[in-house]
Design a protein around this ligand. Structure first.
Ligand code: NDP
Length: 333
């Protein structure tokens, strides 16, 4: 293809988690032949989890990576194409041609669905990654039920830490919320609720230093430092949940589309439409409240339907050409 003749896709999806794959499934079944940039480590956050027991339809539970393979296979069955690499750059347009770059390689589309997800903030201390899935977790709702009868620490003092603590306390014997300040950032109502639970107590102001494994290779204790005196100590615990917030992975579109102050992409209420025509956003890169695989998949479906309607109802931009049958075409630009 000559340099000035480029294929313009109907839809490019950036992100390969439950939101991106669901958007792909729906747009593929609408004959839009989606092109998905699923990331080098495709599968999103579920790639780092073990058993998923809260996704409807899997009464016996399923491993996170296995579930993502199935999502992917279902989207592929209807003609989705995948690029297993991280996008380097995105050039968004308000109603024009959307451009996605892998190095110097340019891909164009009439619509783009942003589904880059979010990642939990990490403490960045020894043992945190090594003991992931062996006592250390970043998702209370996902993993809390595996800690029946355990002594558990929850690190953090925001609403997430309170909510996770209330949930995990239903399973754990004893639960201690470890916060780096004496004050909690959480809303009063969430804090009061958490602290009213019998088996929840607090330890402040302490900063975690290290997650230490026992002889069985699983978490046995957490080393802490008093934030004011600097004194070091260790607390026995076989479970630790790091709940210090999430970071949306919106850096590739930073400054191009409206986001809130934390970087979550803003969408019109009840839709996946961003402030740019033809640009839709779904899943955890939008949602800092629910953050579940099933809610991400739900908004992925919404994004696909919104993109499909946009393609149907809007006139192609001057430099693009699209046939309702969904065939991407070559054109002079
Ligand atoms: P927040 O940013 O509100 O809180 C993060 C917490 O982690 C703070 O206590 C912070 O301490 C602590 N922290 C951050 N970095 C570190 C670190 N390196 N070491 C130790 N502690 C650290 O994040 P949340 O995820 O709790 O909440 C995000 C948003 O989502 C909020 O707006 C919240 O209200 C909302 N939310 C609402 C819920 C609900 O309404 N049901 C449930 C969950 C979240 P410090 O205060 O010292 O900075």
């Amino acid at each position: 293809m000559s340099e000035d003749k480029k294929k313009v896709e109907n839809v490019i999806i950036v992100g390969g988690g439950p939101a991106g794959y669901t958007a792909a499934l729906y747009t593929a079944r609408a004959n839009l032949e989606p092109l998905v940039f699923e990331g080098f480590q495709w599968g999103g956050q579920l790639q780092n989890t073990t058993d998923v027991e809260n996704y409807p339809g899997y009464p016996e539970g399923i491993m996170g990576p296995e579930m993502m393979s199935q999502f992917r296979a279902q989207a592929e069955r209807f003609g989705t194409r995948f690029v297993t690499d991280d996008v380097d750059r995105v050039e968004l347009s308000d109603g024009g041609v959307q451009k996605v770059f892998l190095g110097d390689e340019e891909h164009r589309a009439r619509t783009v669905i942003l589904a880059m997800g979010a990642e939990p903030k990490r403490l960045g201390i020894p043992g945190e990654m090594e003991l992931g899935g062996r006592g250390v977790s970043t998702c209370g709702v996902c993993d809390g039920a595996f800690f029946k009868g355990h002594r558990v620490l929850v690190i953090g003092g925001g609403d997430s830490a309170m909510e996770d603590s209330i949930f995990i306390s239903k399973f754990a014997d004893e639960l201690t919320i470890v916060n780096r300040r004496d004050e909690f950032r959480a809303s009063k109502i969430m804090r009061d609720r958490a602290l009213a639970v019998d088996n929840i107590d607090t330890l402040t102001p302490y900063v975690p230093l290290e997650f230490v494994a026992g002889e069985d290779g699983k978490l046995a204790r957490v080393r802490l430092r008093h934030a004011e005196t600097g004194e070091e100590s260790a607390v026995e615990a076989t479970g630790a949940f790091v709940a210090i917030g999430h970071v949306p992975r919106s850096e590739v579109v930073a400054g191009q589309v409206a986001t809130d102050e934390d970087g979550y992409i803003k969408v019109e209420a009840g839709s996946t439409r961003t402030d740019l025509a033809g640009v839709f956003a779904v899943g955890d890169v939008v949602d800092h409240t629910y953050r579940q695989a099933v809610t991400a998949a739900g908004t992925g479906c919404m994004g696909a339907l919104d993109a499909e309607r946009y393609l149907r109802d809007s006139a192609p931009p001057v430099e693009a050409h699209w046939f309702p049958g969904g065939e991407p075409v070559e054109m002079e630009i």
